[in-house]
Ligand binder design. Structure first.
Ligand code: SF4
Ligand code: SF4
Length: 124
């Protein structure tokens, strides 16, 4: 039934990370790789993204908060310096329902999640 289907699609996926109170260390100072069709959508995901050449992207002195990218061997490397601009108050992701696949690798309790939490713990 079309009406019923529409209702189902409008159900917002729960963000368990937010519900757990995690301050989302995985959403600051991270590298993401976009592949396939997602490469064309980089400006949808990160509207202020700045394209750089490989050397500049990997320059350790690239410390101004923002999102930078560079094409490398068929993938688009994305470097987020500082907090991701999609991170909202309360550590929710503004594009949670449609975030890139690279962000989906950060599963609560998964390997990348643990690494992100440990890196914050080390800095603290
Ligand atoms: S994936 Fe892990 S580190 Fe990232 S927001 Fe969720 S619980 Fe926090
Ligand atoms: S797009 Fe969302 S999930 Fe991905 S790094 Fe930014 S805030 Fe985190």
């Amino acid at each position: 039934m079309p009406g019923g289907y529409g209702k189902l699609r409008s159900v917002k996926e729960r963000n368990l990370c937010v519900e757990s109170g995690c301050p989302a260390p995985c959403c600051s100072n991270v590298w993401l790789a976009l592949v396939g069709e997602e490469k064309k959508r980089v400006k949808d995901y990160f509207p202020g993204v700045i394209e750089l050449d490989q050397n500049d992207l990997h320059d350790k002195y690239l410390i101004i908060n923002g999102v930078y990218c560079s094409e490398y061997r068929g993938k688009l490397e994305v470097k987020i310096v500082g907090p991701c601009p999609n991170l909202k108050e309360g550590y929710d992701c503004d594009i949670y329902q449609d975030k890139p696949n690279a962000c989906k690798l950060f599963v609560m309790g998964g390997e990348e999640c643990s690494k992100a939490k440990k890196s914050v713990f080390r800095k603290g």
